[in-house]
Structure formats: structure tokens, C-alpha cells
Design a protein around this ligand. Structure first.
Ligand code: HAM
Length: 420
């Protein structure tokens, strides 16, 4: 057997229903908020992420699946969706065709990280992005959408954390303040942090090394260094959050691990899934579209890790309300009639099964049990002669004779009425 690659996983029946539920709930929700689906390639030019996600991020420095293809091009398996969606927005001038460009995407992402519970090398995100709106009302609406998503999935014990990381006008003063506050102590931090202090001091807040934490906790807060317009923007976001009635906590450490963020950043943390507890993260990226060669348009969005949503969802959340029907037959003529009935049931939108090996009625009913059939439709010589079907309710064991001509209506009424 050739096993799956470390950090990747198969999603099998039994679990896939929970994935389908995440996809169904989010798709319906996104559409209610005016988002349209976009699908972009899994491979992109390496420079899209080098420029977009940022040269100083862990993702670009350590985690990209990048290779040279047979034509000599540097290619990357996308580590995140935002740069791809910005590229698509620019490449197809989506603002011409969409009055408010709001787009969403589901799909696999790839990061060469150390695998553990909730952290994979191929994982899946659902991602939403809005372009061209500076007003803080959109920040709050995006946060409301994120909150509605976890609520509708029934995920309890969650916390929304928000912060503002400022803009290119106020960021340099904050970076300087960080370096100054660290002073000589920078030498006590891990090698990664020492590098960060020189290239992008904000990244120090991403550090997970335990010994570094006490010092990092003493560092200045970005919200104390915001320029007037960033300060006003963040105050308005907080005011709108109160209007929406969404509870949140301010966290000055939330700078997020990607370079493009400006102003609002946020994450939703789940209490019951272990160390990898960020189920969703996002923020505003007002310079990214221009930086990637597009018009000067602001943007904001978030991505949620589907594996982590599925982990955090309550147990019963996968139940799909399926009502399988089993067609059992005795004898060759009855079997042909059963196959025609099977076809009719499926054409009528019902889930229907049979036993293919032509075994005894007893083993057919065993198969019906294993398939958790709600009803068995039984056809033998007697039923054929009378133009009827025997319907057995598999839960109560009650039986009824139903005319063949009326069987589809009979089943449909019971399946949609939930009377199984
Ligand atoms: P991110 O915080 O890197 O942001 O990822 C978003 C979410 O993806 C995380 O909160 C987590 O649930 C999930 N995730 C990330 N890495 C892994 C992994 N190795 N295994 C499992 N799940 C993972 C972004 O990707 C930004 N593009 C979000 C965004 C959209 N910002 C603005 N728009």
C-alpha cells in the first residue's frame, strides 16, 4: 500500500457529511450577504505570494510548496487564497461587472508546516473578500458574517478578537517603538525574532517560543500608535460591532502572520479543539490590490479553516436527514419490476438501494438494515399479480399494501413529511 503524504488526509463517508454541512451553510449565508462564488487555480506564479503574502512572512520563507515546472516557470501551490482572489479581481476587472465586488471561494491550500491536530500541509479554506469599500461599516459587516457563520454551524465556546495594525503612515512609528522598547533585550529573543526585529518588527508578535513571551508581553500596543484616520476608523468599527451586538475582545498581539494587513485585523478562536484554535482569521488590506498591479482599491476579508470548523462543530451537526429506501424482490420477474421501481424512485428524487447479487429475501433485508433504510419496498409474485408493492416501515416493522401506481406519491409524502 502506498500511504497518503504526511500532513494530508482523506475525508471519508461519516465525516464528509460535516464538510458538506459547512459548505451548504456557508454558501447560503454568503449569498445572503451578496457574495458570488469564484474558483481560481490551485497553482499560481510564485511571485504572486512572494509579493502578496509577503517576503517576511513564515509562509513565504518556510512553508511554500514551490517548484520549477517543465517550462522553467516558478510555480507555487497556493498557501492562501487572498492573493489569488486579488489577482482574479484585477485580471477580470470584476468591479466593472459587479456593483459591489464581494467574492467567495472554497478550496485546498498548501503549507509545509509541522503537522499536528488541526494543522495540515494540505488543508481547506472558505474565503470571502470585498473590494473597494473604505467605510468601517464593511469591516463590521464582514465581522458579522464571520460571527454568523460560526453561530449557524452551532460552534459554541468561541471568542472574536480584534485589533488595528494601522497603515503605512503610522506603522513606521510603531515599528520604531517596538525596536526601541526591545533595545538590547532583542538578543534574548529567539533567532527568528532577531531576524524579525531587523526586517519586520511587527512579526515578533507571531512568535510562539515560550521563553520569548514575557518580553513580548511588555511591548507597546499598535492601537497607541495609530494616526488620526486609523484611530477614527477603528473607533467606528467598534461602534458598529456594538450595533450588531457582537461580543469581542481587543488583543494588541493580533498582528496576523501575513504582510498585507492594514487597520482592522481579527480572528475567531474556538475553545474546544486544542492548540490550533484559530478557526477563522482576516482583516483589511488597503494597499494589496495596487501592490499586485491593480487599481488603487481597498479590500477586506477572512478565511476559515474547514478542518477546524468541522472539529469545533457539535457531534450531531453532520446528520443530513437522509431517508434511504430499499427495494427487495423475489423471483426474476419481480426483480425486473424492482429495478424499474428503483429507477422511478431515483428519478423522483428519492434515495433508493437494492441488493445486486440476487440473494434470499432474508439477506436482502439484512442489507436494508445495514444501509439504515427507512422503508423496504418488497415485490414478489403475489405483489406482481395484484399490481401492488408491500411497504415495510423498517423502524416500526408495520407493513402496508400500496398500489404500484401510487407508490411514488406514497414514498414522497413520507420522506418529505419526515415520518420515517
Ligand atoms: P490565515 O490566518 O493564514 O489567513 O488562515 C486562515 C485560517 O485557515 C486559519 O484561521 C486556520 O483556521 C486555517 N489554517 C491556516 N493554516 C492551516 C493549516 N496548516 N492547517 C489547517 N488549517 C489552517 C489567511 O489565509 C488569509 N488569506 C485570510 C484573509 C482573507 N485575510 C483577508 N482575507
Amino acid at each position: 500500500m502506498i500511504p497518503a503524504i504526511r500532513g494530508t488526509h482523506d475525508i471519508l463517508p461519516g465525516e464528509v457529511e460535516r464538510w458538506q454541512r459547512v459548505e451548504d451553510v456557508s454558501r447560503r449565508l454568503f449569498e445572503r450577504y451578496g457574495y458570488a462564488e469564484v474558483r481560481t487555480p490551485v497553482i499560481e506564479r510564485e511571485e504572486l505570494f512572494a509579493k502578496g503574502t509577503g517576503e517576511t512572512t513564515d509562509i513565504v520563507q518556510k512553508e511554500m510548496y514551490a517548484f520549477t515546472d517543465k517550462g522553467g516557470e516558478r510555480i507555487t501551490l497556493r498557501p492562501e487564497a487572498t492573493p489569488s482572489l486579488v489577482r482574479a479581481f484585477v485580471e477580470h476587472s470584476l468591479e466593472q461587472s459587479m456593483p459591489v465586488p464581494k467574492i467567495y471561494l472554497f478550496g485546498p491550500m498548501f503549507r509545509y508546516e509541522r503537522p499536528q491536530k488541526g494543522r495540515y500541509r494540505q488543508f481547506h479554506q472558505l474565503d470571502v473578500e470585498v473590494f473597494g469599500i473604505s467605510d468601517p461599516a464593511i469591516d463590521a459587516e464582514v465581522l458579522d458574517l464571520a460571527w454568523a457563520l460560526v453561530t449557524e454551524l452551532g460552534i459554541a465556546n468561541v471568542e472574536l478578537v480584534v485589533n488595528s495594525v494601522g497603515c503605512p503612515a503610522c506603522r513606521p512609528a510603531f515599528s520604531e517603538a517596538l525596536v526601541k522598547a526591545l533595545g538590547e533585550d532583542v538578543g534574548r529573543l529567539c533567532a527568528d525574532c532577531q531576524r524579525r526585529a531587523a526586517t519586520n518588527p511587527l512579526r515578533i508578535f507571531d512568535c510562539k517560543v515560550a521563553q520569548d513571551q514575557p518580553l513580548i508581553d511588555t511591548l507597546p500596543h499598535s492601537t497607541d500608535y495609530l494616526c488620526e484616520s486609523c484611530k477614527a476608523h477603528f473607533a467606528a468599527v467598534e461602534r458598529h460591532l456594538h450595533v450588531y451586538g457582537i461580543p469581542y475582545r481587543l488583543s494588541h498581539r493580533l498582528v496576523r502572520g501575513l504582510d498585507y494587513y492594514t487597520r482592522t485585523t481579527f480572528e475567531i478562536l474556538a475553545g474546544n479543539i486544542g492548540a490550533q484554535n484559530a478557526i477563522l482569521g482576516g482583516g483589511r488590506y488597503d494597499g494589496l490590490v495596487k501592490q499586485l498591479g491593480g487599481p488603487d482599491r481597498v479590500g477586506i476579508g477572512f478565511a476559515a479553516g474547514i478542518e477546524r470548523l468541522v472539529l469545533a462543530m457539535p457531534e450531531e451537526a453532520g446528520a443530513h436527514g437522509r431517508v434511504p429506501i430499499f427495494v427487495a424482490s423475489m423471483g426474476e420477474a419481480a426483480r425486473d419490476s424492482g429495478i424499474a421501481l428503483l429507477r422511478d424512485l431515483r428519478r423522483a428524487g428519492l434515495e433508493a438501494h437494492m441488493e445486486y447479487e440476487g440473494r434470499s429475501i432474508k439477506s436482502q433485508m439484512k442489507r436494508a438494515d445495514r444501509l439504515k433504510a427507512a422503508y423496504a419496498l418488497i415485490i414478489g409474485d403475489n405483489e406482481l399479480a395484484r399490481g401492488e408493492v408491500t411497504v415495510k416501515n423498517m423502524r416500526t416493522s408495520e407493513q402496508a399494501q400500496v398500489p404500484r401506481a401510487g407508490i411514488l406519491d406514497y414514498c414522497r409524502a413520507r420522506v418529505s413529511g419526515g415520518q420515517e
